[in-house]
Write a protein that binds this ligand. Structure first.
Ligand code: PLP
Length: 442
C-alpha cells in the first residue's frame, strides 16, 4: 500500500529539511516509504540498496521485529518516566550491559538523545571533572580540522568542517589539530595508513606549548573521522595522542557516534585501535537507529572526582528524554541481536575484506584520487571539477539513487557504511550501480 505516490503529490512547502538542498529536493524528491533488511522501498515500490545504514546508524539493517516488539511492549508497560529525580529499571539494566561491553573502566553511562547532545555532555563532564579537581582554568578543548561532532553550538565549535562552522561562530575555546588526511603518502590504503601518525599526533604538543596545559580540558577526536571524509588514523596516531594527554593531565575523548557498535570490526573503535579514551560518546547504532538515543561513557576516576564534590545534585545537566524507556527497550533488544547474530566483529571478516577490495577496484574510474576504509566503512575520493568543488559527491548521490543505491556524498568523496548484515551479493550490486552512476556523472 502506498501512502504517497506520483498520483498523489505531496507538498514540499512546509517541511524545512536538514542538510538538504530543499528547493532542489522538491524538484527531484528521493522519498523512501518502507524498509526491510538491506533495502529501502520507494513509494513507487523501487528497491534502494542501503549502503549507508541510513545515516551510518541502522547497523542491524531494517525492520527488525524483535526491536519493534520490545518497543511496543515497553510502550504499553511504561511510556515515559521522568529522568530527573526518578528512574526506571531498564536504564540501569542498559547501563550495566553497556559498561560490561565497553573497554577499560568506561563504566559510567549518561544518556542523551543524539550524537550532538553526547558531544555537549562529554565536554560538560570534562569541565565538571577538572572543576572537581580544582583545575578551574581548564576550559579549552583541542579538536581537529574536518571533525564532525554534531550541530549544537558545542559541536559546531568543536567541528572542523568549514560549511558547518562559517555562519554560526565559535562558542567554546577550541583549537584544532590538522586532519589526518594525507593523500601524498597514504592514498589507496586499506586499514590504517602507514605514514605520519606520530608526527601528526605530536602537533598536539605544539598546541599545548602554545596554550599551556593548565588551560586545556580535553582532546576530542573521532577515531575515524566520518563526515569529514572517512579519514582513518595513521598507525601510532591515537596511541601517541593518548600518551601526550596522559603527560599533561588532559582528558581524551573519543566520539564513537559512527565508529561504535560494530562498524570497525569490534564493538568500539577504541578496541580496534587498542586505545582507551577517558570519555566516549556514542549514539546511532546503540538502538540501530530505531529510537533516538545517545550516551556518554566515562572512566571511574572521572565520576568519582565529580561525585566527591557533592552529596546533592552532582552534575547540573540532563535531558527530559535521557534514558527514555522506549529507547532503552530498543537498545536492549538491539544488543541482543548484535550478540545473537555475532555482529560485533562481522565487519572485520571476509565480507568486510570484500567491501574494501571492491572499493579499491574502483580506482580505474575517472578522477579517482583515493579509495580508503576498513571493515564496513569506506570512501572514494575524486579530483574536484574545475571551479566546482564538492559537486561530484552531490551528483553521485543523486545518480546512485537513480541506480537504486543509497550512498553518502561528502564533498568530492562518497562514503559507504552499510548495515552489518550486508552480504557479498550486495557489494557486487553496489559496484555495478556505482560504475554506472559514475559513467553518467563524469
Ligand atoms: N558525532 C559524530 C562523529 C557524528 O558522525 C555525528 C552524526 O553523524 C554526530 C556526532 C551527531 O549526531 P546526531 O546527528 O545524532 O546529533
Amino acid at each position: 500500500m502506498t501512502a504517497y505516490s506520483r498520483n498523489k503529490p505531496i507538498s514540499f512547502d512546509n517541511h524545512w529539511m536538514p542538510f538538504t538542498a530543499n528547493q532542489d529536493f522538491a524538484q527531484n524528491p528521493r522519498l523512501v516509504q518502507s524498509a526491510k533488511g538491506m533495502h529501502y522501498l520507494t513509494p513507487e515500490g523501487e528497491e534502494i540498496l542501503d549502503m549507508t545504514a541510513g545515516l551510518w546508524c541502522c547497523n542491524l539493517g531494517h525492520g527488525r521485529d524483535e526491536i519493534a516488539d520490545a518497543v511496543h511492549g515497553q510502550f504499553k508497560e511504561l511510556d515515559f518516566a521522568p529522568s530527573f529525580n526518578f528512574g526506571h529499571p531498564l536504564s540501569f539494566e542498559l547501563s550495566e550491559r553497556l559498561a560490561k561491553m565497553l573497554p577499560g573502566d568506561l563504566n559510567n553511562l549518561f544518556f542523551t538523545n543524539s550524537g550532538s547532545e553526547s558531544a555537549d555532555t562529554a565536554i560538560k563532564i570534562a569541565y565538571a571533572y577538572h572543576d572537581a579537581k580544582g583545575d578551574t582554568g581548564r576550559k579549552r578543548i583541542i579538536s581537529r580540522q574536518r571533525a564532525y561532532h554534531g550541530v549544537n553550538f558545542c559541536g559546531v565549535s568543536l567541528g572542523g568542517l568549514t560549511a558547518n562552522r562559517r555562519a554560526f561562530g565559535q562558542w567554546l575555546p577550541v583549537d584544532h589539530l590538522n586532519s589526518t588526511h594525507d593523500l601524498s603518502r597514504n592514498s589507496f590504503t586499506i586499514g590504517q595508513p602507514e605514514y605520519g601518525g606520530a608526527d601528526m599526533a605530536n602537533e598536539l604538543e605544539n598546541l599545548i606549548a602554545f596554550h599551556d596545559a593548565s588551560t586545556i580540558a580535553a582532546v576530542i577526536v573521532e577515531p575515524i573521522a566520518g563526515a569529514g571524509g572517512v579519514l582513518l588514523p595513521p598507525k601510532g596516531y591515537l596511541k601517541r595522542l593518548r600518551e601526550i594527554c596522559d603527560q599533561h593531565g588532559i582528558l581524551l575523548i573519543f566520539d564513537e557516534v559512527i565508529t561504535g557498535f560494530g562498524r570497525t570490526g569490534k564493538a568500539f573503535a577504541a578496541e580496534t585501535f587498542g586505545v582507551v579514551p577517558d570519555i566516549m560518546t556514542m549514539a546511532k547504532g546503540i538502538t540501530s537507529a530505531t529510537v533516538p538515543m545517545g550516551a556518554v561513557a566515562c572512566r571511574d576516576f572521572i565520576k568519582e572526582a565529580v561525585f566527591s564534590t557533592s552529596q546533592g545534585i552532582e552534575f547540573f545537566h540532563g535531558y527530559t528524554y535521557s534514558a527514555h524507556p522506549l529507547a532503552c527497550a530498543a537498545s536492549l533488544a538491539a544488543l541482543d541481536i548484535y550478540d545473537r547474530e555475532n555482529l560485533w566483529d562481522r565487519a572485520s571478516g571476509p565480507v568486510g575484506d570484500k567491501l574494501q577490495e571492491a572499493l579499491q577496484s574502483l580506482k580505474d574510474l575517472p578522477r579517482v584520487i583515493d579509495a580508503r576504509g576498513m571493515a564496513f566503512i569506506g570512501a572514494i575520493e575524486f579530483e574536484p571539477l574545475e571551479g566546482k568543488p564538492g559537486a561530484i559527491g552531490a551528483a553521485l548521490l543523486k545518480e546512485c539513487w537513480n541506480q537504486g543505491i543509497m550512498i553518502r556524498g561528502l564533498g568530492d568523496a562518497i562514503a559507504v557504511s552499510p548495515p552489518l548484515i550486508m552480504e557479498e551479493a550486495h557489494i557486487e550490486r553496489f559496484v555495478d550501480g556505482f560504475r554506472k552512476a559514475v559513467k553518467v556523472v563524469l
